[in-house]
Design a protein around this ligand. Structure first.
Ligand SMILES: NC(=O)c1ccc[n+]([C@@H]2O[C@H](COP(=O)([O-])OP(=O)(O)OC[C@H]3O[C@@H](n4cnc5c(N)ncnc54)[C@H](OP(=O)(O)O)[C@@H]3O)[C@@H](O)[C@H]2O)c1
Length: 289
């Protein structure tokens, strides 16, 4: 089976090229910058082509381009797609790419997928994937892909593109936002080196979150903040909640602070037998770095 990866010279494209090659698939990659593309060709030992040539010659197509380039790529390749071809996008949002594929691709079968991991992932085992089929044919394809991924140890969830984007506004959007604002706050203090040297596990977890976000691609993170639905509402809610806690501290309202913290604990404990292990898990994360 030959898989064309549009954007195969990029970070996730290379990751999937490597994965598919190890799975015994033939891979052909594309990219805009020729030097980068040839570098990926050398590194991966795969063929390179233009987007149209790659699509014409492939059985399946994986689109791994930034959100902002997605529609131009789909428009460009859609006239060359054949009915038996499968086209999968791995964009980190799902409503826009899935609607765009449906709008332009009239032959072939499409499916939106979101791998919830970055290009640093060492293997597919234990990684999360969300598949977003929207009709019977896509559901049948999603079921096959789910089995394929689960046999290899991945965890797979199926949901609508809308549900995916709503969930991701919190899972990715809010987490990234907290990391960015935390970085901005931390860097307002001097003695950061000293803090790091003597900081305990909670501080190390905060630094890990901050570093893991700040070291990523700002273009991708900006696109996510601007594309995920209701991001402003989510972040305003965070600010409102923040103000409540700021006021409790400012007013030295110890009892209300304790009551609220206990109430949050009770809610998190509900139906979660592993709740008490969170601190233990933090040690594992930090010590495993
Ligand atoms: N990075 C992550 O952690 C992550 C995780 C899950 C999903 N994703 C999704 O994966 C996709 C790719 O992300 P990435 O991090 O791999 O980005 P990236 O490193 O910037 O790679 C994007 C690739 O797309 C190529 N490209 C852009 N426009 C193109 C066009 N018109 N024709 C052909 N190739 C084109 C780029 O080529 P040039 O560089 O030559 O322009 C580059 O090779 C995004 O949709 C992102 O949302 C990313």
């Amino acid at each position: 089976m030959r898989v064309a990866i549009i954007g195969g010279s990029g970070k996730m494209g290379r990751w999937f090229a490597n994965f598919l090659l190890k799975e015994g698939k033939e891979v052909i990659i594309t990219g805009r910058n020729q030097r980068k593309l040839l570098d990926a060709k050398r590194q991966l030992g795969v063929k390179v082509a233009t987007n149209v040539e790659a699509v014409k010659s492939a059985d399946a197509i994986l689109i791994s381009v930034p959100i902002d380039n997605f529609e131009e790529v789909v428009e460009q390749v859609s006239p060359y797609m054949r009915p038996e071809q499968v086209i999968i996008d791995i964009t980190s949002i799902k409503v826009f790419p899935v609607e765009t594929m449906h709008k332009h691709i009239k032959t072939g079968l499409t499916l939106g997928i979101h791998p919830i991991f970055g290009p640093g992932a060492r293997s597919i085992a234990s990684q999360n994937f969300v598949l977003t089929p929207t009709n019977e044919r896509e559901r049948t394809l999603a079921q096959k892909i789910r089995e394929y991924l689960e046999i290899r140890g991945a965890k797979v969830a199926l949901m609508t593109p809308q549900e995916h984007d709503e969930v991701m506004a919190v899972v990715l959007g809010l987490s990234h936002f907290i990391a960015l604002v935390s970085a901005d706050t931390l860097l307002s203090f001097d003695k950061l080196k000293q803090m790091e040297a003597i900081g305990g596990i909670t501080y190390k977890v905060l630094l890990t979150l901050v570093e893991s976000v700040i070291s990523e691609d700002p273009e991708l993170y900006a696109s996510l903040q601007m594309s995920l639905p209701n991001m402003t509402e989510v972040e305003k809610l965070f600010q409102r909640r923040g103000k409540v806690w700021v006021d409790l501290v400012k007013n030295r309202d110890k009892q209300e602070f304790v009551d609220r913290m206990n109430a949050l604990r009770s809610r998190l404990e509900e139906g979660n037998p592993d709740f008490g292990k969170a601190y233990e898990n933090m040690y594992k994360i930090v010590e495993g770095l």
